[in-house]
Design a binder for this molecule. Structure first.
Ligand code: G6Q
Length: 544
């Protein structure tokens, strides 16, 4: 049996689960009038109301005990010290160093990483200022009006999410686009209305070998040279790179003076606050970018220093474990009530599912419990008019996070009051439901009672933030990063490797020549389905 199942706290929680599962949220609230104010925690500008969860103060205490028994705090401290907690890749995990203030120092493997981080941030800031001021000129002497980030996965989802989230703070006279998919449509649509003379490409790739990014970067290079009718010298004015692979960048033809580096201890999905965030800095400027880093850092300090029972990301992570391992919940929804956060669920999908979608412990033992939940979501109120039906009345338990803001960035009429009233109304309805008795009192026809009954007892957390700012966005992202860490530590897995993604990178490589070559592949090289699909594609493209 694995350490999790063997732990005394796990066994206690199994018993406790039976008690909690037998009580409705209606009763938990009725029995404890201060529940709605007590089961809350506040830090770094986030107010976290977890009272509408199927849990009590005792649950949180027992879950914190589980985390301690499984040495989650020691693992957290080891991460902040720069130990190689990513054991399968033998790497430190130091995204927290990306937002440490300049005054700090953290020596890892003999190097002060905070100094390195600030050297790159300073170079990014100088570059950003020169582009935003118009001092940086394209090959024909024109200033930059279109910035296109080329990257995928961790080198795309963070930048695009942050750009969309912070659009209100961004320069509107420079257009930002994000090209990730190897589907040529992505590149074409991003450049359709762009003038090569005013376009800057940021090629963002940690490894600088990723098929999609390298293909898009080559296409961009050709598009630029064709458009400008220029020689290779133009590349230096229209291409910069963000990577850990200086040799690969130089080979592509980008001057390494125009390369912004980061380090192997930054995982792709944890890199939006590294140089991978160059597009974010170009959009909002260095000062705002710095505010974002400060927001991240505040949550890092809170996570590191606060006892688990009052620690926002720890409580969130432990409740996710609670639903996953004791209630059998398979998914977890995130509903931001802000249109600016429309890419936030997609960003979180990578953060959570790539980190915790693991079937073996860090020691390589198969797990005998569920790990990473399926994260999904869409902004409210839109989701209310589609899939919330299943959340309210379907057969699955779907724990959900509702993220709301006290103040709108676009205060039009009473839009914000309407928006936020929906946050509160939804979580209230999900918790308390509507009984047959209530419906009868309202005079609802008897045959409709089963259809109009809402069982309630559906768990939600509400995260209330004052305003969406670069700082609060950083805090929110760090909150989820550390929740993911907490879950992974309890599950005893390596949340920082991604062998499943590496497989995907390798698989297509074998088939590409089989689609493109003049001769059909050996029929024995694949199963009959794959062979047939390859044959049909080749025939459709006139390759027999
Ligand atoms: C992130 C993953 C993955 C990665 C992309 C892009 O944690 O490892 O999404 O970010 O595959 O990789 P490159 O930045 O190396 O191009």
């Amino acid at each position: 049996m694995t350490a999790l199942r063997e732990s005394a706290a796990f066994k206690t929680l199994e018993g406790h689960h039976k008690d909690i599962a037998a009580v409705h949220l209606r009763d938990l609230f009725a029995d404890d009038p201060s529940r709605g104010t007590d089961l809350t925690a506040e830090a770094c500008g986030l107010f976290f109301d977890y009272s509408k969860n199927l849990a009590s103060r005792e649950t949180v205490g027992l879950l914190a005990g589980l985390a301690r028994e499984l040495r989650m705090p020691e693992r957290r401290d080891a991460m902040f010290r720069g130990e190689h907690i990513n054991t399968s890749e033998d790497r430190a995990v130091l995204h927290v160093a990306l937002r440490m203030p300049r005054s700090r120092s953290l020596v890892v493997d003999g190097v002060d990483v905070v100094r390195q981080v600030h050297e790159v941030l300073d170079r990014m800031a100088a570059f950003t200022e020169s582009v935003r001021s118009g001092e940086w000129k394209g090959h024909t002497g024109r200033p930059i009006k279109r910035i296109i980030n080329i990257g995928i996965g961790g080198s795309d989802l963070g930048p695009v999410m942050a750009y969309e989230a912070l659009k209100d703070y961004s320069r509107r006279d420079i257009g930002f686009r994000f090209v990730s998919n190897v589907d040529g449509t992505d590149f074409r649509e991003a450049t359709l209305d762009a003038d090569p003379a005013e376009t800057l490409f940021i090629v963002s790739s940690k490894t600088f070998t990723t098929l999609e990014t390298m293909t898009n970067a080559q296409t961009a290079r050709q598009w630029l040279l064709d458009g400008l009718g220029a020689d290779e010298a133009a590349i230096a004015k229209h291409f910069v790179a963000v990577s850990t692979n200086a040799a690969g960048v130089a080979e592509f033809g980008i001057d390494t003076d125009n390369m912004f580096g980061f380090w192997e201890w930054v995982g792709g999905r944890y890199s939006m606050d590294s140089a991978i965030g160059l597009s974010t800095m170009l959009a909002i400027g260095p000062d705002r970018f710095n505010e974002m880093l400060e927001g991240f850092h505040r949550m890092d300090e809170h996570f590191l220093e606060t006892r688990l029972e009052s620690n926002l990301p720890a409580i969130h992570g432990l409740l996710t474990v609670w639903y996953r391992n004791f209630f059998g919940a398979e998914t977890h929804a995130v509903f931001p009530y802000s249109e600016y956060l429309h890419r936030f669920p997609a960003y979180l999908q990578q953060l959570t599912m790539e980190s915790n979608g693991k079937g073996v412990t860090a020691d390589g033992e198969p797990v005998d419990y569920g790990t990473g939940a399926i994260f999904w979501g869409e902004p409210g109120t839109n989701g209310q008019h589609s899939f919330y039906q299943l959340v309210h009345q379907g057969t699955e338990m779907i724990p959900a996070d509702f993220i709301g803001f006290n103040h709108a960035l676009n205060p039009l009429g009473n839009h914000q009051d309407l928006l936020v009233s929906n946050v509160f109304a939804q979580t209230e309805a999900l918790a308390f439901g509507k009984t047959a008795g209530q419906l009868r009192d309202e005079g609802v026809e008897e045959r409709l009672i089963p259809h109009k009954t809402f069982s309630g007892n559906r768990p939600t957390s509400t995260i209330l933030v004052d305003r969406l700012t670069p700082g609060s966005l950083g805090t929110l992202v760090a909150f989820y990063e550390h929740s993911v860490f907490t879950q992974g530590a309890v599950w005893q897995i390596d949340s920082f490797d991604q062998w499943g993604v590496e497989l995907g990178k390798a698989l297509a490589q074998a088939i590409i020549p089989e689609l493109e070559s003049g001769r059909a592949p050996d029929p024995g090289s694949h199963d009959s389905s794959t062979t047939n699909l390859i044959r049909r594609y080749r025939e459709a493209n006139g390759r027999r």
